[in-house]
Design a protein around this ligand. Structure first.
Ligand code: DGI
Ligand code: FE
Ligand code: FE
Ligand code: FE
Length: 188
């Protein structure tokens, strides 16, 4: 899929704020690709499309999990966990995206995963640090990336902060989130 078509898809589907977030994730991801010798075209496309399913009706998402034979464990979770895997399946089956790296980056953008490809890593981090993000301490992660160039360290820090936030708010933690946390703790 060409960039222009991806932008049009997302612009027509998502609210303006979420569309603008998607563009900033893509822009941040392209900058990171330059820094870490990643593939700019891939991260740009994944960045534009990563939140495509974010506001889909939960019932529709559950239907898509079944239709596209995604892990049935997903059915126990809400749209926060579902929107990445569902968007990846929709892009593959309904919009003809074949690049597995792009699809994986969309799939895992919320939870991360162990042994991520460079494209996946970049999208996972760019989603967290794009210039519109205001989480406390997000500048520490930006420094880790743009000054220290420590990608795996940044992934660990993001996972850790996400898990701490989830525990504090009595949310369920998806197994892949923990897998990511542990893997990049050892890798960092
Ligand atoms: O879609 P975005 O808001 O751009 O960002 P995202 O896809 O990274 O989603 C972030 C949300 O997902 C954030 O509120 C935390 C939540 N999240 C991440 N990992 C888990 C999770 N929620 C649950 N319940 N369990 C997780 O493991
Ligand atoms: Fe998301
Ligand atoms: Fe994220
Ligand atoms: Fe996002």
């Amino acid at each position: 899929m060409k960039k222009k078509r991806a932008i049009k898809l997302v612009e027509e589907k998502l609210p303006k704020k979420r569309f603008e977030h998607s563009i900033r994730v893509a822009e941040t991801a392209v900058k990171m690709a330059e820094l870490f010798s990643g593939e700019a075209d891939k991260v740009e496309l994944a960045g534009i499309l990563h939140d495509y399913s974010k506001y889909d009706d939960l019932a529709l998402m559950y239907q898509q999990v079944t239709k596209y034979e995604l892990d049935s464990e997903l059915l126990a979770y809400n749209s926060e966990i579902l929107h990445g895997p569902v968007a990846a399946a929709v892009m593959k089956h309904e919009h003809g995206i074949e690049d597995e790296e792009v699809l994986q980056a969309i799939f895992n953008h919320t939870t991360g995963s162990k042994q991520m490809t460079l494209t996946e890593k970049i999208i996972f981090v760019a989603d967290y640090i794009e210039p519109g993000r205001k989480q406390p301490g997000v500048d520490d992660i930006r420094t880790m990336i743009f000054d220290e160039k420590k990608l795996d360290r940044a992934i660990y820090e993001i996972s850790k902060r996400t898990v701490m936030y989830l525990l504090k708010n009595d949310k369920c933690i998806y197994p892949r989130t923990i897998e990511c946390l542990n893997y990049y703790n050892l890798e960092k």
